[in-house]
Design a protein around this ligand. Structure first.
Ligand SMILES: [Zn+2]
Length: 453
């Protein structure tokens, strides 16, 4: 069946196209971009909206499986929020976290479909918890490191895109353990993605540690959510470091979410030292429980940390000028870091991409074309996906139709799942997934296994 999307402002940064054109789709693929009006079985009038490739989120988290159910409330799931803001493909399993076996999740998507297309990282912490007796402050033994490595390699062989680390959450993980895990990626062009060991003053050295490990193992490195690591005055130093490694031939890139507030669980290791995070109790907002929506006092923080270590919090401490500095760097893309639990958490899950397009990209001096390049062609290259992030003939027909004047993030810290304005339609493989801001089909997403096309 041929589907013509006519009368759109077609922007495809991969081909440097920004023009009034029609897009012809067939069998889930882009057939052509044309100024003509070829015959089609179905015609959609884009009415001057921007028509562009679907957005690609390099820093996502899959939804947890609770009591055998993946989505307690499908409308408030992480990946549903991604879809409503125009994301059609994501890389999940970041920060060392997996909610279950990552390859089993790919199988589940194969069977049931998903809101978006999903590539998976093997979350190192998930494997470490299974194959080492060491807790997060302890060192794994040589034989345990070997056992973790075998399991991680099996996950990579079964189609994971690489390995993710949450080094700040496992202070006991040594440089040797990191290097051993990075070496698992050496064969087969897999990448390592790292939430580095320290933020603020510690961020440049922590980034260097991962870049060195990646260089030694000859693997690409993705530095995760660099805003929450270095937007305290260290962004320039961190980006200079990335440039230095790139100049030496290394494939090093970064992602960043467009907010000046981070999110983590109240019991997590980073909160062991609030001073190092430039954080006072009053900077920390609770996202769950009886203090939801309130800032902490020392008493509340200590009591909730002990009683409910899994509760999500938001820390309002980063510098927005440092986030803008990050986006001025050509190798920084947007990663949502969607991490909602039962719809509670940080609004980045439902707002990151519209907020980038509406606010942070223009404030950082990026044109609409450059901003779209950062969230389509650039992350597709990063993932080695030649069929995605582009409207070239033969590309997967994953598209977004949006109004560049209207686009706006609506999700707030009080209501983190509110859908954005301006995203009129999202298509996956040519099929409508979102129409007028509402999900009409949440099962169109497919697993992306590596090696990919
Ligand atoms: Zn992280």
């Amino acid at each position: 069946m041929k589907h013509l999307i006519r009368n759109g402002r077609v922007i495809d940064p991969s081909q440097r196209i920004d023009a009034r054109l029609n897009v012809l789709l067939e069998d889930g693929k882009v057939l052509c971009l044309t100024a003509e009006t070829p015959p089609a079985d179905l015609t959609t009038d884009a009415g001057g909206l921007v028509v562009c490739p679907g957005f690609i989120d390099l820093h996502a988290h899959e939804d947890p499986l609770v009591n055998g159910k993946r989505y307690k409330d499908p409308d408030r799931a992480n990946l549903a929020c991604l879809l409503r803001m125009g994301v059609t493909t994501c890389l999940a399993g970041n920060c060392g976290d997996n909610f279950g076996d990552p390859t089993a999740f790919l199988d589940e998507i194969e069977r049931d479909g998903c809101f978006v297309n999903v590539a998976m990282l093997a979350g190192y912490t998930w494997f470490r918890e299974r194959f080492s007796k060491a807790d997060r402050y302890g060192a794994a033994s040589a034989s345990e490191i070997e056992a973790i490595g075998h399991a991680v390699t099996a996950a990579l062989d079964a189609g994971c895109a690489g390995v993710s680390f949450g080094l700040e959450y496992i202070p006991g993980m040594s440089r040797e353990e990191l290097s051993a895990a990075a070496r698992c990626c050496s064969a087969g062009g897999k990448l390592i993605a790292a939430h580095i060991r320290a933020c603020a003053e510690g961020a440049p050295a922590a980034a260097a540690e991962v870049l060195e490990a990646g260089k030694e193992a000859s693997v690409p490195v993705q530095l995760s959510h660099i805003g929450s690591m270095a937007a305290y005055g260290q962004m320039e130093a961190l980006l200079t470091l990335v440039d230095r490694f790139r100049a030496e031939g290394m494939d090093a890139c970064c992602d960043c979410y467009p907010y000046a507030a981070f999110s983590t669980r109240i019991g997590s290791a980073p909160y062991d030292d609030l001073e190092a995070m430039h954080c006072s109790y009053a900077d920390i907002e609770l996202c769950e429980g009886s203090y939801r929506g309130q800032r902490c006092t020392r008493e509340i923080f200590e009591a909730e940390r002990k009683a409910h270590p899994d509760y999500l919090t938001v820390g309002h401490v980063m510098r927005e000028d440092e986030i803008r500095l990050a986006y001025r760097h050509p190798n920084v893309t947007v990663g949502s870091d969607c991490f909602l639990f039962d719809g509670k958490g940080h609004p980045r899950a439902a707002g990151a991409f519209p907020r980038f397009l509406a606010k942070l990209a223009p404030e950082s001096g990026l044109s609409l074309n450059e901003a779209l390049f950062r969230i389509t062609a650039l992350p597709a290259m990063r993932l080695g996906l030649s069929q995605k992030g582009s409207l070239c003939p033969g590309a997967d027909a994953d598209l977004v139709l949006f109004d560049p004047e209207e686009i706006l993030d609506c999700a707030t810290f009080a209501e983190p799942t509110l859908p954005p304005k301006g995203i009129r339609a999202v298509f996956l493989a040519g099929e409508p997934a979102v129409l007028d801001g509402k999900i009409v089909n949440g099962r169109l997403g497919k697993p992306i296994r590596y090696p990919a096309d």
